[in-house]
Design a protein around this ligand. Sequence first.
Ligand SMILES: C[S@@+](CC[C@H](N)C(=O)[O-])C[C@H]1O[C@@H](n2cnc3c(N)ncnc32)[C@H](O)[C@@H]1O
Length: 260
Amino acid sequence: MAIDFNSLDNRFTYSTREADLTWINKIKDICDIKGKKVLDIGCGGGIYTKALADMGASTVTGLDFSEQLLTSAKEKCKGCSNVDFKLGNALDTKLHDEQYDVIIERAVIHHIQNLNECFKEGYRLLKRGGIFLIQDRTPEDCLLKGSSTNIRGYFFSKFPSLIDKEISRRYPSQKVLQILQQTGFNDMKEYSLWETRKVYKHVDDLMKDILNRTGRSLLYELNDEQLKELAAYIKNQMDLSNNETIIEKDRWTIWKATKF
Ligand SMILES: C[S@@+](CC[C@H](N)C(=O)[O-])C[C@H]1O[C@@H](n2cnc3c(N)ncnc32)[C@H](O)[C@@H]1O
């Protein structure tokens, strides 16, 4: 069963965190956001929409095809005067041509079958000189071994059947770069990021996060019983004392491309 982004149950799945400093600093290194008109495609619960506004963008538009997630994104960004939201599809946003300095799609492309159309739409919306930032996990990122920080790696050692599911929806870097080039983008660059996903003060908080499938669409492939087994397995593998802080990190790839 795949995640349903329009379900009321998943409304806060992508809004309960704040963007981590590891992400903010990496984006600042890659691209100047200050004073820029930014479009956050597949904004989900608005975590990164808010961060981009706080980083000094002149305006940030968050776009998503889920009404439920847009509701929580609006709530998340209610203190930001320079943010607005649009309901729309990444492949055909209905927004005007050439109006954005920066477009970001974070954790979106693995949900998209037709990457050509998706990148064409990004290209159409960018001004000349505009920057397209895509962040997602490649098969290599996903299959790194489980550790005290890379907790997601344990999903695959416990349930190897998840490997195919995960790999089949992830784009290899070469494919992303190839489609960006075919679309007409130039000056492509690729970066790696270990982004802190969450800090848990107690192992029980991590268990709760897993059992609730918080922000982890892959875990919708497991039934409730399997999920409990996974939580127990992770607890055992990590061999933690009860009061040890856990810093969970995910490895991501970020691609930057410019419209000349
Ligand atoms: C994993 S969430 C990421 C949310 C947010 N970017 C983040 O990083 O927290 C993926 C988001 O992409 C949205 N999405 C997926 N396919 C889409 C499409 N074709 N058009 C618009 N939004 C889409 C989903 O509704 C969901 O909010």
